[in-house]
Design a protein around this ligand. Structure first.
Ligand code: 4AZ
Length: 238
């Protein structure tokens, strides 16, 4: 996260740190006790499940603390439309945690799922939402957070912004090179709050550089996938 501030422990209890192999890293968001939502492009090389670790309740990058819990991965699932030839389209994946002693994440002060929005939810243009992640600031760090505004779709689809590279399954947020998501934040949440309840509205996906004026961050539009998420989680419950 560029232009953010350090998050207080427990303020983003749905954040998941996903370590893939020896050198790849992505974030994710806990949506139920056993399921994480992340970005498909983090998984498109089909990493071995045994090489993936998911850490919940983490504050500092790569540091496990008293509030963190590490999980192995049972499975990861792409939407049918996802293609490795175009990994920024349909950039969403569901990651299932392996149970430990019959359960996955236990809810507490530092670990708690975020709410999924209803599929008809739309937050208005210019609404202020929150991105969070361990990605580039000046290197990897303590969890960072920043406020970003939702950008009207027609603005983001202007030829001098991203044109038709931004599809209806994406939206843009952040303006004028202030706060932005960046490499290492991918897969993590853009959360929008309403009446004090946070909803997973976007997944950090791509953008031209980070914090460049006129080149906002691009996010997967989660509401377009909530039926799919629901069907997978119900089919393979817990
Ligand atoms: C990345 O490489 C990445 N500024 C994520 C977000 C943005 C750019 C790049 C948006 O994972």
């Amino acid at each position: 996260i560029l232009g953010g501030t350090s998050a207080l422990p427990g303020t983003h209890p749905w954040m998941a740190a996903i370590y893939i192999g020896h050198s790849d890293f992505c974030a994710g968001t806990l949506v139920s006790s056993c399921w994480i939502v992340s970005a498909a492009h983090c998984f498109f090389r089909n990493p071995l499940k045994s090489q993936i670790r998911v850490v919940l309740g983490q504050q500092k990058f790569n540091v496990s603390g008293p509030n963190s819990k590490t999980f192995e991965v049972e499975d990861y699932i792409f939407p049918k439309q996802f293609s490795v030839f175009n990994p920024t389209l349909h950039d969403i994946v569901l990651v299932k945690l392996k149970k430990q002693d019959g359960r996955c994440a236990r809810r507490g002060q530092f670990i708690r799922p975020i709410c999924l929005p209803d599929k008809n939810t739309t937050f208005p243009d210019n609404y202020c939402c929150t991105i969070s992640g361990w990605g580039h600031v000046n290197g990897y760090s303590s969890l960072q957070e920043a406020g970003v505004r939702l950008i009207p779709q027609d603005t983001c689809r202007k030829p001098d912004v991203y044109g038709n590279h931004v599809t209806a399954d994406m939206f843009c947020a952040g303006l004028n090179g202030c706060a932005d998501s960046c490499q290492g934040d991918s897969g993590g949440p853009l959360a929008c709050a309403q009446n004090g309840v946070s909803f997973l509205y976007g997944i950090i996906s791509w953008g031209e550089g980070c914090g460049r004026s006129g080149k906002p961050g691009v996010y997967t539009r989660v509401v377009n996938y909530v039926d799919w998420i629901g069907s997978v989680i119900r089919r393979k419950p817990s």
